[in-house]
Ligand binder design. Sequence first.
Ligand SMILES: [Zn+2]
Ligand SMILES: [Zn+2]
Ligand SMILES: [Zn+2]
Length: 486
Amino acid sequence: METVELFSAEGKGRGLKATKEQWAGDVIFAERAYAAVVFDSLTHLVCHTCFKRHEKLHRCGQCKFAHYCDRTCQKEGWAKHKSECSAVKKQGKAPNENIRLAAQILWRIEREGGGLTEGSLVSIDELQNHVEHFGDEEKKELRVDLESFLEFWPPNSKQFGMQYISHILGVINCNGFTLSDQRGLQAVGVGIFPNLCMVNHDCWPNCSVIFNNGNHEAVRSLFHTQMRIELRALGKISPGEELTVSYVDFLNVGEDRRQQLKKQYYFDCTCQHCQKGIKDDLMLAVKEGGEKPSQETVKEIIQYSKDTLEKIDKARSEGVYHEVVKLCRECLAKQEAILGDTNIYLLRILSILSEVLSYLQHINEAAGCSKRMVDGYVKLYHPNNAQLGMALMRAGVTHWHAGLIEVGHEMLCKAYAVLLVTHGPSHPITKDLEAMRVQSEMELRMFQQNEFMYYKMREAALQNQKIQVMPEPTNEVSPGIFQKKQ
Ligand SMILES: [Zn+2]
Ligand SMILES: [Zn+2]
Ligand SMILES: [Zn+2]
C-alpha cells in the first residue's frame, strides 16, 4: 500500500490520500475481501468463492449448501468454508446472509487473530459500526440478528462477547460492499473490504471502485479465483489529494442524495456539488421553448412520475413486461409536454423502457429511447462514470441490433473508452465490449463500402438465427456501493 496514506482530519474522521500521482484508469489499489457471502436468494446460482453466476455449479457434498464453479474454486474456498460447513450441517440449514458474513469474519479472527492482515491499513476492530446511531427499528433488528447468530455459532468455536458481535453486525450494516456477477448486471453478494471502508464519499468523486470476479481462463489457481475490488482513478490525482468514491448514484438532486447518505451512512454530505447544487437545475429541467409550465404543473408531473415508477417497479418484479411498457409510454407522453431532456424523472422512464423494449425485441423503439437516455446522461454524469459507460454500452448494443450500425458503433467506442478507466482492460465486461466493438467496426466498414451488401448480410443473419436476445431485466446492482438494508 505504497500508493495511499491514511489520515485523519478534524471533524471529518479518517480518510485516504494519494502519495503518488495517478492518471485516469490507474489502479490505486486492489483488495481481496476480508470475508464475503452470497445473498440468500442466490446461494445455489452463484459460486461461493468467486461470485460468478453459472448455469451448473458443484455442490458441497457435506452441507449441500455451498456451491462452486469447479474444483479449483471449491478447493480455494475450503479454508473459509470448513467451519461454516459443519455449522450448517449441524443446524440443518444456513442462517441469513448477515449472520453468515458475521460468522465468516469471526472465524477468520479465530484463525488469524483480530489485528492487521497483510496489506491492510485498518483492522476489523477499527471499522465504524454506527450502532450508537441506530433507531428503535434498527436496534430491534440487531437483537434479532444477535439471537440467530448465537443459535448458529458452534460451541466449539472461539466465543466472543455480545458487544463484539454487535460491533461486527454494525460494521456489516454500514460497510458491507455489494458484489456483482461477472456481467455486472446483478447484485449477488456482500463483502467486507477494510481499506475501501477508509475511502470517503464525494458526490463527484475522483475514483471509482469496481468488483472483479477474477479470470477463470487463467490456469494457475492464484489467478483463477482472484476476486477483488479495484480502486481506480477517474482522472489526474496529485500526491496529497484525498481519494473519494461516491456511495450513491449521482442522478438524484443534491437534497435527495444528502438524505440518502444521512439515512444509510449517518453523515451530512458537504461536497461541492451538494453545497452549490451543481447540476440540480439540469436534473429538474423543464421543457424549453413555448410557454413555461407553472410550478404547480411541474410538481404534479413529478409526483405522478414517482407514483408511476412505483407501479412500474411492481410490474417489473412480477415480470409483467407489457404492463411496464404501457405504464412507461403513458408516463412519457405526459412528461414530454412539461419536462426537459435532462430531467431525471424522464430519464428514469427512458432507461426502464429501453431495457424492457430490447428484451421484448421492439428493437427500434428501444434504440430511440436509449439514445435520448444517454444524451441526457452525458450532460449529467462525470465523463468517466461507470454507470454512464454501462448505459452507453447498452444503448450501443441496442442500436447495433436495430441495424443502426453508425450510431451503434460510435456508442460502443465511447462506452469502451469509459470502461477502460472504470473497469480496466482485463474485466470480463470490458473484454465483451471490446469484442463487440471490433465486430461492429467490421460491419460498419462493410456498410460504408457497400450498403446494399450490408443489408443483405444482415437479412441473412437474421433469418439464420434469431438475433441475440437481451438478458431478462433483473434487479439491477444497487447504485449505492455499500449494501445497507433500506
Ligand atoms: Zn468460482
Ligand atoms: Zn459444505
Ligand atoms: Zn454531496
